[in-house]
Ligand binder design. Structure first.
Ligand SMILES: NC(=O)c1ccc[n+]([C@@H]2O[C@H](COP(=O)([O-])OP(=O)(O)OC[C@H]3O[C@@H](n4cnc5c(N)ncnc54)[C@H](O)[C@@H]3O)[C@@H](O)[C@H]2O)c1
Ligand SMILES: N[C@@H](CCO)C(=O)O
Ligand code: NA
Length: 437
């Protein structure tokens, strides 16, 4: 591109997707054009906005002549500097991102599903094309967490990342905690208030959080982790009784994305499941649809990143931050350092994950039951930290809290407990995070 030395340069931008986030990005790009030009040192010219064929009539913040339903042609124009992908899902987003990079554009995306499934292909394509691929919006919406992990903490050793990275499930669990509602009731309320989608599967079954866990683990441990590597359990089976039992112990139930490493640091794991955490843990105070990511690193210690994890405007903030940053790089004809996965650490399965457990058993209320139950734990080398009995007679229940054990040892223990004649049912098994119980 040639320009007079005193004329500000223009960078050509295409937007793919004009939904909740895309329409807000378009609005802010248009409204703040002058200010963004000052911050970047070049004007951003929106040259095309690709939309789906499902909503032909729409209000736009820009000249409607820019609208097209042919995203594939738009990304192949050959004169684009930045493509913003806000369609979501795997295809056609993947082909569009790859084509945009091949045709010389840097890409900004919020697409966690795509990055978690096929990040290595996309990052390799960006490196080959010598273009940026930025994705702050993909994890925890507006919260700056990708850049802190990629840049601020890249001289430190991240040990563990615990995240509340799905607002829908946090809203539902919080409602269950404050009102005593069951899951179905709390979900219906979340849908009525617009916090949960009509099809809530991706959120409540943990798929959305698992994609984010894969992205966080890849960055934290310099190792490619895909969504396939992430053990995933959602919140659909969390009961009001479990929430009440957590409360009795001074805990709350949260759906956490947990990225951690083995004791020797040689292997890493990523998993998503409900956990009980003590009410004085910083993550316990994250209410409603808010997100937070808690990072433990060797020198920095404990850090917490907190804020809105979703919504058109908050997510657009993260997208625009990336747009400004990749636009500055385009002007300087540089790129951010590529994704580093040099550490190639071994990935642990869920069986090797180590945590503490809260187990509730419906049992016969008679002499010797506790001894038999304790023996099942001892046989599997799972050490008990506390036991209490709740109820009597036909309502007798034992609640056992363990010390740290592997998931495999705990599963064997639960199987052995289920086979005991005096155990009517193992009614709840939930993992416990945080110190002090
Ligand atoms: N909404 C949020 O709070 C949020 C938060 C973080 C990240 N994200 C991510 O941002 C992306 C966009 O999310 P959203 O909430 O805006 O979704 P959305 O469903 O509101 O918008 C997506 C838009 O893409 C359009 N589309 C579909 N196929 C297309 C095609 N071939 N060409 C052009 N447009 C097409 C659809 O018509 C729709 O309007 C997703 O990757 C999502 O995961 C969203
Ligand atoms: N559906 C997600 C937001 C987009 O990642 C949530 O509930 O947090
Ligand atoms: Na973010």
């Amino acid at each position: 591109m040639t320009s007079h030395p005193h004329e500000p340069r223009t960078l050509r931008v295409a937007l793919l997707g004009h939904g909740a986030v895309g329409s807000e990005v378009a609005r802010l790009l248009t409204r703040d054009a002058d200010e963004l030009a000052q911050r970047i040192g070049a004007r951003l010219e929106l040259v095309g906005v690709a939309v789906g064929s499902d909503r032909p009539d729409r209000q736009t913040a820009f000249d409607p002549a820019l609208l097209t339903t042919d995203a594939a042609a738009l990304v192949r124009r050959g004169d684009l500097d930045v493509v913003i992908e806000l369609i979501g899902g795997i295809e056609p987003a993947r082909s569009l991102v790859l084509a945009a990079l091949e045709h010389g554009a840097s890409v900004v995306t919020g697409n966690k599903a795509l990055l978690a499934e096929d990040g290595s292909t996309l990052f390799a394509a960006a490196e080959d094309a010598e273009r940026d691929l930025s994705y702050e919006a993909a994890v925890a919406g507006a919260i700056p967490i990708i850049r802190p992990l990629r840049e601020s903490l890249t001289g430190d050793h991240v040990r563990r990342v615990l995240g509340i990275v799905n607002g829908t499930t946090n809203f539902i669990l919080d409602a269950m905690t404050t009102t005593g509602q069951g899951f179905d009731e709390a979900l219906a309320e979340a849908q009525r208030l617009g916090f949960a989608e009509a099809d809530p599967t991706a959120d409540v079954e943990g798929f959305d959080a698992a994609a984010k866990a894969a992205i966080l683990a890849s960055l934290a441990f310099h190792t490619r982790v895909t969504i396939e590597d992430v053990h995933r359990e959602g919140i659909t089976t969390v009961t009001a009784d479990e929430i009440a039992s957590a409360d009795d112990m001074g805990c709350v139930v949260k759906l956490l994305a947990i990225c951690d490493q083995s004791m020797d640091g040689g292997a890493v794991s990523a998993r998503v499941h409900p956990v009980m955490i003590p009410k004085d843990h910083p993550l316990a105070s994250v209410r409603g649809a808010y997100n937070a990511v808690f990072v433990e690193s060797e020198s920095a210690g404990q850090l917490m990143f907190y804020g809105p994890g979703a919504g058109g405007a908050p997510t657009a903030s993260a997208v625009l931050g990336d747009v400004v940053s990749v636009a500055r790089n385009r002007l300087l004809e540089v790129t951010a350092p590529p994704e580093r996965t040099h550490a190639r650490r071994r990935l642990l399965g869920i069986g090797d994950a180590r945590t503490r457990y809260h187990i509730a058993l419906d049992v016969d209320d008679k002499a010797g039951v506790l001894a038999s139950v304790a023996l099942a734990f001892a046989d599997n080398e799972v050490s008990i930290s506390a036991v209490r009995q709740e109820g009597h007679g036909d309502d007798a229940q034992l609640v056992v809290i363990t010390h740290t054990a592997t998931d495999a040892a705990l599963s064997r223990t639960v199987q052995q407990l289920s086979d005991l004649p005096m155990v009517r049912e193992v009614s709840s098994v939930m993992r416990v995070e945080g110190e002090g119980l």
